[in-house]
Design a protein. Structure first.
Length: 102
C-alpha cells in the first residue's frame, strides 16, 4: 500500500510543528528547555530575533523568535514527511515489481 505523499506531508507538518511551538512558548515563559531551543536556533538562521538572545527581555520581544522558529520547524517537518513518503512509495513500487516478476 502506497502513502498519499500530500497528506502524509501535511500530517507530519502538524505532528512536528505543534510540539515545537509549545516548547518555544514554554521556553519563553519560564526558560524550560532552553538547551533544546539553543540547539535548534544554532542550525536555523533567525536574523537576530532569537528567543535565547531576548530571554531577559519581555515576552513581546520573544514573539518574533517564536514565529520564526515555528516556521522553521514546520518547514523541516514538511520536508521530512515528503522525503519519507516519497522514498517509501519508491521502495514499495520496486518491491511490487520484483514480486510480479517472480
Amino acid at each position: 500500500m502506497k502513502l498519499n505523499i500530500k497528506w502524509f506531508s501535511i500530517t507530519t507538518l502538524i505532528i512536528g510543528t505543534v510540539p515545537m511551538l509549545i516548547l518555544f512558548v514554554w521556553c519563553s515563559i519560564n526558560n524550560f528547555g532552553i538547551d533544546i531551543v539553543r540547539l535548534f536556533e544554532s542550525i536555523h538562521p533567525n536574523g537576530g530575533l532569537s528567543i535565547i538572545e531576548h530571554i531577559d527581555g519581555s515576552i513581546m520581544a520573544r514573539i518574533p523568535g517564536i514565529v520564526i522558529n515555528t516556521m522553521y520547524a514546520a518547514l523541516d517537518s514538511l520536508i521530512a514527511g515528503f522525503a519519507f513518503s516519497a522514498l517509501y512509495n519508491f521502495f514499495i513500487s520496486i518491491s511490487e515489481k520484483n514480486k510480479s516478476n517472480d
